[in-house]
Design a binder for this molecule. Structure first.
Ligand code: AMP
Ligand code: MG
Length: 402
């Protein structure tokens, strides 16, 4: 077991115990939020045929070189309609946006630039070849436009559909148990008695898991007895691919997750050089990877974001650029000075704003690791290296949380 490791070391160690990546085929309409398991190639050209970008007239550009030519109308080309008639010299074919450009035509005149009378049309504006969308100018058949490991969002889903894929191969969502521990915790909504507080971590952590393309399974709060904890970890190890606990990983007498993992589990590391969120642990319980997140609400979120999320990405073989992320690494200019942490990567909550000269960051609320409101009032985390303070006006690395 290693203690007090850097964040990168913690990620590397956790990645030695991944969960098995399985894949499944799902209908495209069920694929949102999933991680693509196989690179997708287009089954079609896009566009499939030369088509008009405008409602108007398909013409021969040379016919429109003279002032206000009058062309005779040959027919209509509509999207999804029959093959339009050939456009010969002196002719124009009515055409709708997306409709195939008839043979013979090489330019489009917008309907706004024309006047129709009898069976002819007077052309009053330019005939533009650029209003023809050329076959395969977006995608060619066989082009690999969606890479394995891509997180499927709205645009990716539409692209998969454009390429002709009604079903896609995705990574089976890892089933992750979320177990909160602590005698003081009760679910929100019930009446509190003396000393009790509402349990909050499991709710937010479950959302983070789902955002990463996983499936969260929330367990009832485990009170601070080693037998209850052991029994719950056993069920979770049977039912899920990974376990996240919160609370009980510090030095206190009731920090039972740490004790149980030390005595009966298989610990890989304990404590990471980060602030907030110093005391997490990782190991396996009956072969199932287990992260012990700290109980302080901000710490549990920060440890998920900085440690669990990269591990989940690794397990799902998510694409380093297009995979699911919770935050984007950005440079921000500090409005005020921020104190770093001795020997630890310091992740203070900051409010990132888009200004005229780029991103600026300031702090709003109390920064305590128990104050989950600070994760709402702010939308970023500093990434201040160990033993580094930053002054107002400094540009620093930060994580912009979405
Ligand atoms: P622990 O790590 O168990 O000592 O918990 C540290 C602090 O976080 C204590 O103030 C706990 O009451 C609080 N805490 C632990 N677990 C949760 C939870 N699931 N929801 C909200 N607060 C928690
Ligand atoms: Mg506790």
């Amino acid at each position: 077991m290693e203690t007090s490791v850097t964040l990168q070391r913690a990620i590397d160690l956790a990645c030695l115990s991944p969960i098995e990546r399985r894949t499944e085929r799902v209908s495209l309409s069920d694929a949102a939020g999933r991680v693509l398991a196989k690179t997708l190639a287009s089954k079609v050209d896009d566009p499939r045929f030369d088509n008009s970008a405008m409602d108007g007239w398909a013409v021969r550009a040379v016919d429109c070189d003279i002032q206000k030519p009058i062309l005779s109308i040959t027919g209509t080309s509509k999207a999804g309609g029959e093959t339009p008639p050939v456009v010969a010299q002196g002719e124009a074919c009515r055409i709708m946006t997306g409709a195939p450009v008839p043979e013979g035509a090489d330019a489009i005149v917008m309907v706004e630039d024309s006047e129709e009378f009898d069976n002819t049309v007077r052309i009053l504006g330019p005939a533009r070849p650029g209003y023809i969308r050329k076959t395969a100018e977006n995608l060619r058949v066989g082009q690999e436009a969606l890479q394995k490991g891509t997180h499927l969002g709205p645009a990716e889903i539409s692209l998969a559909a454009t390429m002709g894929h009604g079903e896609v191969e995705v990574v089976v969502r890892p089933k992750v148990a979320v177990i909160s521990t602590g005698d003081e915790l009760v679910p929100p909504g019930v009446e509190l008695t003396a000393g009790q507080i509402y349990e909050s971590n499991s709710y937010g952590i479950a959302v983070l898991i789902e955002r990463m393309g996983g499936q969260a399974v929330r367990y009832d709060v485990v009170h601070d007895t080693i037998d209850r904890l052991r029994a719950t970890l056993d069920s979770a190890a049977r039912e899920c691919d990974a376990i996240l606990t919160s609370g009980g990983v510090s030095m206190g007498k009731w920090d039972l997750v740490r004790r149980l993992m030390e005595e009966e589990g298989n610990l890989s590391f304990w404590r990471v050089k980060i602030r907030p969120g110093g005391p997490p642990l990782f190991g396996t319980w009956k072969g199932t990877p287990l992260f012990g997140l700290p109980g302080n609400p901000v710490s549990s979120h920060v440890v998920f974001i900085s440690l669990v999320a990269p591990w989940l990405s690794h397990c799902m073989e998510a694409h380093s650029e297009n995979g699911p992320t919770i935050g984007d690494r950005v440079k921000v200019k500090l409005v005020e000075g921020i104190k770093g942490a001795p020997g630890k990567l310091c992740m203070r909550r900051i409010r990132i704003e888009v200004g005229e000269d780029g991103l600026t960051a300031s702090t709003r609320t109390h920064q305590g690791s128990g104050n989950i409101h600070s994760m709402v009032a702010h939308n970023g985390l500093t990434l201040l290296p160990p033993d580094t303070d930053a002054e107002a006006g400094d540009t620093i690395d930060a994580l912009w949380i979405r």
